[in-house]
Design a protein around this ligand. Sequence first.
Ligand code: UT7
Length: 337
Amino acid sequence: MSNSQNSLHTVSVIGTGAYLPEKVVTNDDLAKVVDTNDEWIFSRTGMRERRIAREDQATSDLAAEAAKAALRDAGVSADEVDLLIVATLSPDMFFPSTACFVQEKIGAKNAYCYDLGAACSGSLFAIETAKNQIACGVVKTALVIGAEKMSTFLNWEDRGTCVLFGDGAGSVVLQATGAEHGIMKGTFGSDGSMAHLLQTPGGGSRNPMTHEMLNRKEQYLTMGGRDVYKHAVKQMTQSVQDALELNSLTSDEIKCFVAHQANARIIEAIGMRLDVMDRMFMNVEKYANTSAAALMIAVDEVVKSGDVKQGDLILLVAFGGGFTWGATVVEWTKGTA
Ligand code: UT7
């Protein structure tokens, strides 16, 4: 586990944006595809519906829409972006990076661009990476995007996984500001011994794309649901406590807790353990689990809801394949840039 150091410059989120594909797929719609029902899905996950991208939309198309919305919100033009990171586990291609496709789509011609792979924790890791580059003076403006077209990587014959995920993208713009705290210290960790519990086993160098591999359907996401659930609750609860301690804060000082939107039961378990259920944000009912996009979409909804005022503290916490996890406290400073 590593903890981030004090920033040289205070770095803030100066704009947020999100994009959700238009097509809504309800639990009842899924019951026509696999042997499932609304009662099972809702009672175990809190999900009612999810968005599914069009066939002609790739992850970079979703990402570009979220990025444009975040840049508009920040009042920053695309050519001012110095660093563009896309967190995703469903890239357009293995290479070049989805970030390079987004650069071309939005006209961020002065940015250097790369993807970051940390599954559902990806956008939190990307925020930390971008923050530190701004704090050290490497770049001035960073665009961080979490984007997923999960629907392409799901086995639509496996009811245990296909009902749990959705497509979407969210984005934040970061710059140094005169704010007091901005993005505060974060705590991050990984445990590769748990990699087998949540993965896409086929298609890479370990298990290349062959007819046999495709027949075994190993190009799709697999998950040990119960184990993932237990680790997600334990680790996200611990990460929240670590982030509070690192910043000498108590939970009472946090306006809103934004956890990775994997499952309402997971979010409720964390909220109950920490006695902060009244401030746990949730939108998993509408979008299901959008992996690296989930935290970014949630942040956009939280700040646009009007409930968060300048100076309020938001705690972001994530958990995902790898395993990977982390938590960061963000002082909402929009308006002080
Ligand atoms: O971003 C992080 C990634 N993912 C997560 O955080 C997910 C973590 N895990 C979970 O949220 C839960 O483990 C699930 C919601 C995935 C599953 O809930 P569960 O209570 O652990 O169910 P289960 O997998 O143990 O399955 C229980 C039963 C099984 O039937 P039998 O063997 O008991 O007869 C499954 O076959 O439910 C059955 N089942 C379904 N039934 C109806 C599994 N999927 C479905 C389905 N509809 N979609």
